[in-house]
Design a protein around this ligand. Sequence first.
Ligand code: IPD
Ligand code: CA
Ligand code: CA
Ligand code: CA
Length: 278
Amino acid sequence: YSIMSSEIECYFETALELTKQAGKLIRDRISENKIVEIKSCDIDFVTETDKQVEKLLIDGLSKQFPAHRFIGEETASAGGQSSLTSAPTWIIDPVDGTLNFVHGFPHSCISIGLFIDCQPTLGIIYNPVLEQLFTAKKGQGAYYNGKRIHVSGQTDLTKAIVMMENGTSRDSERFNCLRANQEMLVPVIHGIRSLGSAALNMAMVAMGAAEAYFEFGIHIWDIAAGEIIVTEAGGVVCNPAGGPIDRMSRRVLCASSQALAEQLTQKLVQFYPTPRDD
Ligand code: IPD
Ligand code: CA
Ligand code: CA
Ligand code: CA
């Protein structure tokens, strides 16, 4: 696919407009009672809002761009497509941080990434509750509410804030791995944080508020927008064991510099989730 920058601009503006519309649903409902359905385990939730936001985005985008493909979390959960081809593909997490949304904890967002030829082309992360908008287009930098952002560039792990999550899983091996990494990191780094949203964790690394984030158990829709936002902000997104990211492996590491990513890949206790257990 050869794509002109005016086309990318059109994709971006269309997606942003729909994201703002869909964000209103999240903002209006976050403080209300929700009807919650359970997916893989007792903390893996989906609400009516997750489904409506995904439908609004996919309907709106497919109307404008009928040849494009879609990978959406709630459509994939219902047996929809979830493999990436070279065709322009929108990867959508309608509510990243559903557990936060259910509780009214104000860190939930819409995350949209567009891949063309399997390469990240644009990304939008929008938290409508706190009015935080993170965006990036290939080769054009990353932005927070319209202002250019950069990673901190920190290269020293002992001066880092590292973000990590257990995810929506009760798997005891995954939990043991998280605990082992906490025990390894807490005594040497500045601190550990988790926002309960993979996309917003990546946004914190992109804007230089945290130095790294890793998780074993994410899906492609959790990181599709964050990847380009972090790399356009000057950061690194890779395999937590080193080497290039495998977006279908359910594993991610992002960092404020290559040196920091390498210190983490050498130290992290690794975990390899199965393709679809949550
Ligand atoms: C989850 C959030 C959470 C992360 C999980 C994700 P969801 O996404 O990003 O922070 O730890 O791995 O599944 O289910 O709220 O869209
Ligand atoms: Ca989910
Ligand atoms: Ca998610
Ligand atoms: Ca979600």
